[in-house]
Design a protein around this ligand. Structure first.
Ligand SMILES: [Zn+2]
Length: 321
């Protein structure tokens, strides 16, 4: 509460309340307003000079935020680039070597990098920091596009290889886990019935009549018929140049045109045609030429088993047809 002032009135011989009026009042009001304005201006000037305007403060804060985001973005670009380089390394030096393909050349990987049509370098050249970041991001995107195309190509190659591997004759045509049913009789041999030397273009597997005979690779049955020499015989076309034949069967489990998978039963061991006892005569042809089937058993034999097969088969070199 303002303090009340008193003044002595000689006329009334009393102290009376003092009120500021007229010039004095106006003077004091002016002094008050001037002082207040002066203080306000001084405070404002100090604030603008030392702290900055509100717009500047807002911009400064936004700038800090943008810089933080930019650093995070650059960090992400660097990490993504590292992952991509690891993928490229695997692509060139693992996957393509396994698939007998050549690594992509640097010309293919770098082609198109450096184009500026995607962003306006005229503007960005004034901001080298930004231009550098955009260039790195653009290069990463291009390399990624190339790598995506490369992986699509690898995927197609892999599908073809899987189909080819599935088609290749690669197992024994009958169950021969003891490896003692094979007669290694490929080449010129004395025919037990015709009593002449002639080329024996397959391998013989002894087995009881009715033993299941398996397709040694995926393919399509080309023929299943009776031949005077082969007896009941199946011709299996595997594509990719491979063909297998299964002779002297007692019965068929398939007919011409059937699609079969490796390991599927296609017939049964017999003694039909020019054969001295129940057995399977098995042939492999590649591009129309006979090949020794022994070279196609890797799939279900390890090295020791393969050596044992050769050893036992060599002791049983008498052809059965
Ligand atoms: Zn034979």
């Amino acid at each position: 509460m303002a303090r009340t002032k008193y003044i002595y009135n000689p006329e009334t011989c009393r102290y009376e309340t003092y009120y500021v009026r007229g010039k004095t009042l106006r003077k004091r009001v002016l002094i008050f307003i001037s002082t207040a304005l002066g203080l306000a201006i001084a405070t404002c000037s100090f604030y603008v000079k030392k702290v900055g305007s509100f717009d500047e403060m807002r911009l400064t804060q936004k700038n800090i935020l943008l810089k933080t985001e930019w650093h995070l973005l650059e960090d992400q670009i660097a990490k993504s680039n590292q992952h991509l380089q690891e993928l490229i390394e695997k692509d060139d030096h693992n996957y393509r070597i396994i698939l007998d393909s050549h690594p992509l050349t640097p010309e293919i990987r770098e082609a198109g990098i450096g184009g500026s049509e995607k962003f306006d370098t005229k503007i960005l050249k004034h901001y080298p920091y930004l231009l550098s970041g955009y260039t790195r991001a653009e290069k990463l995107k291009h390399q990624l596009d190339v790598e995506v195309q490369s992986f699509e190509e690898l995927s197609k190659m892999m599908e073809e290889r899987v189909e080819m591997w599935a088609s290749r004759p690669a197992i024994q045509p009958i169950s021969n886990k003891q490896l003692d049913n094979l007669h290694l009789t490929y080449g010129s041999r004395f025919h037990p019935i015709l009593k002449i030397y002639r080329e024996h273009k397959g391998l013989d597997f002894t087995a009881e009549k009715g033993t299941p005979v398996y397709a040694t690779g995926d393919g399509e049955i080309a023929m299943a018929y009776f031949s005077d020499s082969y007896g009941n015989v199946i011709y299996l076309n595997h594509s990719y140049g491979y063909e297998t034949r299964y002779a002297h069967l007692s019965a068929f489990a398939v007919k011409p045109g059937d699609k079969v998978k490796r390991g599927q039963v296609i017939g049964y061991v017999g003694n039909s045609g020019t054969s001295v006892s129940a057995h399977l005569h098995y042939e492999v042809l590649y591009k129309g030429q006979h090949a020794n089937p022994i070279n196609f058993f890797q799939r279900d034999l390890n090295n020791k088993e393969y050596e044992k097969l050769i050893e036992i088969g060599s002791q049983q070199d008498r052809p059965l047809d």
